[in-house]
Structures are given as C-alpha cells and as structure tokens.
Write a protein that binds this ligand. Sequence first.
Ligand code: PLP
Length: 403
Amino acid sequence: MKLPHDIQKDFPSLHAMGMRAYLDSAASSLTPVSVLEAMNDYYQNFRSNVHRGMYKTAGEATERYEAVRGIVAKFLNASAPEEIVFTKGTTEALNLLATSLGRTFGPGDEVVLTEMEHHANLVPWQEAAKRHGFVLKYIPITKAYRLDMDAARALITPKTKAVSIAHASNALGTVNPAKELAALAHAIGALFILDAAQSVPHMKVDVRDLDCDFLAFSGHKTYGPTGVGVLYGKKALLEKMEPAQYGGDMIREVKYEASTWNDAPMKFEAGTPNIAGVIGLGAAISYLETIGMDAVEAHDRDLTAYALEKLPAVPGVKIIGPEAGERIGAISFEVAGAHPHDLATIFDREGVAVRGGHHCAMPLMGKLGVTGTCRASFGIYNGKEDVDALVEAIQAARATLKL
Ligand SMILES: Cc1ncc(COP(=O)(O)O)c(C=O)c1O
C-alpha cells in the first residue's frame, strides 16, 4: 500500500506477540529493529552519562544524545535544535507548559481547550487554573465530530492567554484545523499549543507552517521507545519561560542562597535524561524518514478509507468519529448491545488487539453519551488484512454475545 518495502519484517514483535492483527498503535506503536539496535549500541558500547564526563564514552554519549535534537528539529522543521526539549512523553511536556506558563496567567485570563482533549491536555490545565485563578473554556464539537469553528471564533477573545488543542484526537480520529486556530490565537496575542501525540506518527508535521508556539509528542507512539518525548517551543518563548523542575543539568550556578538557570533547552531537562530513549527516538525518526512521511500519510489514509467502508457494513456497528478526510487511522466504534470491554476481550481471543474504554477522554465520552468505545488504530505495519481480521472478530463477538 504505497510503502517502499515490506515494513512488517522490520518489526520482530509483530510476530513474537503472536497476534493476528495489532490494532492499538494509538496507545503505543511497535518498535523497528533499527531502534532496538541503536539503544543496544548505547548500552553496550558507550554507556555513560551525558554533559558531564571528561572521558571518551561520555563524550560520545553526549554527542549522540545532542545529535537527536538536530534530527527532531529537522523532522518538525523547527528553526534550531535548541527548540527541542526532551521529556518523558507528551504528558510530561504538557505538564511542563501548564506549570510554567500557568504561573504567568491569573484571574481574568482564559485558556481555551477543546471538548476532545486527552486528559494529558486537560488535567494539568485544570490544576494550574485552580492554583492561579484563570478559567478554562472548551471549543465544542459538532455532530460530525469536528470542532465547531464558529464557537471557536467566539471563545477566543482578548482574555485568552493560550489555545491548547489536540492536533489529532486519539478518541475520534479527527484532525483539527491547527493553522486556522493558530491564526485565531495569534490575532489576539495568545499562545498556540499543539498536542501532536497522535498526528506526528501519521503525517508530516511542520511547526513553522502550522505556526505553533509549542508542540508535544511521544516517542512510544512514533515507533520509538517508551519513556521519551519531545516538547518543541519557539526559541524566544523557551528563553523567557521559567523551568518546571529543578536539579542537575538545568542549572548555571548554584549558591546556598539562590541559583540561576542554564539556557533553553537544558533549563527544562532536570536530572539524568533518558539517554537510551533519546537515542532510540532519533533512530525511530530516521526510520520514518527513510519511508517518507508522505508515504506514511498515504498509507494511513488508504487503510482508514478501507476500514470506514468495511466496518459499518457489519450489522450493529456505528463509527464514533468523522468521515474520511481530515482524520487519522484511529477509528472508534460501538457495536449495538455490547460493552466495549467485552468486545475487546472477545477480539483478543480472535487474535485482534484493540483498545476498549474511555481513551483518557472521559469528558468527551460523557458528551457523546457513552461510557467508552472500541478503537482500532493503525501503524505503518498494518494492512487491509488486519481490517478484515477485525471485521471477522466483530462477527465472532456478535455470535458469542447473541446479538
Ligand atoms: C492525544 C494524546 N495526547 C496525549 C497523550 C499522552 O501521551 P503519553 O502517555 O505518551 O504521555 C496521548 C496518549 O494516548 C494522546 O493520544
């Protein structure tokens, strides 16, 4: 399906896990051999801490770690490697923003989110709002599972200090009009933040084209290792921001009385970072670039279109998400009369792995009037045969549950 080679052979866990179809890449993608090799190389050949040691392997570890900033910066089309902060994932990156920026907002200020946010882009803002007295507003979704842009225009006002939205919804698959929202935010001087956990693995994301001020994504959803992620921030903004965590590596000078901070991005990386994880993330991005993000996106689009044709043809199946078009291959659905947890358990017996539940978007589930959904999500290793396996698993579940 428009991919340059047999991708599946690059992913040993596809076979080792013994499943018929792995359809849970929105939760966590699998990892190609080149990523495992890069991390293994670090542990076997230059296993040292970064930024500190005077010996050869410490220098090599630092060089390899810092080189990944350049790889990520190029991948996102950032202006400079200094705009890349390593975190442990999207959640930590968004917490960093809510903590650090939140301190500069106060009573009378507003932060605009959407009704389809993952808890990671909601709870940190709720906590910061409670602490500093600002107010959260939510852009509603329409019946077509897209953002109500008229409502967005009314909600983004001179009181708005930041607009922070999911680029692509993990629960609905919707891709939101980021450029348009960035323009609305910037027109009134607000910051624009993108939770790109679900978009970066599926499409070319260009921070300068989108004009986002900050962007977060996770390594483990992008064919990289767990425990590593990225916060992109415009250099001038990162320089102005206060750190959110304190300790080794983020300092310039420490006295008993007070301390000063290193420059960005180091200012935001307190303590020993996930060195192997960062090196693995670099390998994952290089792997994606070899395939080409255009091919990745085309593959996702084709597979999504196929699934959106096949799944609703099964009696009782309803897609909870937008039609083909501006969406990713994270497809939520319900089967009339069946609980998503029961479905996911029966699918597992059929060798099909999906996610069943609230997808860390409990307010959205409430708004949709459901406790949860089943979600099938695609990675570059999935093919039409995996969608066919899901269709058969749904039929098996309907037979078991006598629907
Ligand atoms: C849209 C979105 N934002 C944030 C997150 C949190 O990512 P992580 O758990 O890697 O920090 C996820 C994970 O599912 C997500 O889908």
